[in-house]
Design a protein around this ligand. Sequence first.
Ligand code: C5P
Length: 396
Amino acid sequence: MKNERKVLRNKSILLGVTGGVAAYKSLDLIRRLREEGSSVKVIMTGAAKNFATPLSLEVASGHRVCADIFSDPMSHITLPADADIFVIAPATANIIGKFANGIADDLLSTCLLSFRGKIVIAPAMNWRMYENPVFRKNLKTLLSLGVIQVGPEKGSLACGEEGIGKMADVPDIIESLKSALANKDLLNENILVTAGPTREYLDPVRFLSNRSSGKMGYAIARAALRRGAEVTLISGPSSLDKPKGVHFISVETAWDMFNAVAGELPSSTVLIMAAAVSDFTPAKMSQKKLEKSEKLILHLERSPDIIAAAGKKKKKPFIIGFAAETGRKTENARKKLKEKNMDMIIFNDVTEAGAGFDVDTNKVVIIEGEKEISLPVLSKDAVADAILDRMVKIRA
Ligand code: C5P
């Protein structure tokens, strides 16, 4: 997967670390950014050195950590000039206040003033400071100038209090950097994505389900969001974190999903059915737990075919379905594409290595019209972008 497209590959990231307890998370942030293929240079404030050592950040980033404005008189110009994006994590009330008011009295604040690209800040502080009107005014100033904010979260703070002020989690910071750098080619789309398995209850405690983790659908929702779409994610039970910024609807059964899709369809321009919807549902759900017996015969009936119903609508959106097959070739998927009036179908043989359920990669064939595009094994994030790329091309 060396050559797959990644938003952060070969990007130069300037990371400002300021004096908050969350500075220890900077090490993890640097490590994960490097895994994405970015190079990271770190600028620390004097106060940050109380929370993370320059040496540890130097080892993590593989670059000398800069902190002193006078050790290299031009670094406040050269460091920002070489960077694609600037992220401050954690961002204290102090650096936010200084930047909002144009104060440049150390290397980090001076670099912020000389940088010409996108800036992401991850505020971290006690809730009293976060809610202080002076701080709010400074934050508002920065946001109105195009600075991108990620977090903070509610939670237990370093002081032992509960409240808002916890720095955003590292994956959320990375997602916001990806979003800041992504091509916004889906700005006018309302994309409805379904993901995960459904559960079909036999009784209050037992259900029929499948191995879907939701990873493919969640990756599509994140990619669409990054590219500027409004995204609604209808998800069956999944242990994955809800992507921040999606309109999230949680469902359990195929009928729940059918109803949720029907409710959202009129305002959607695109439907992407990545959910593994159960094809069968018990004809009758027992209201009581079924007693143990020698034999149990289940009567199943067909569950609603959500995508076929969407395909029959007069004003139908652009429809993308998935065909998870075991050992079959693409003819069957092609048949479904026609029969269910889809615009595109994504075929994958879930028995192939690196494809299908509960893995982070997938190997798919994108089928539309007479065309078949076979992709190699890619991360589900990269597959999501490839599907959206194709969709953009067809809809252009
Ligand atoms: O015919 P098959 O179930 O293989 O079609 C797969 C596609 O149809 C997937 O996109 C899946 O989400 C969708 N589907 C559906 N309703 C069902 C079963 C599958 O919308 N009951």
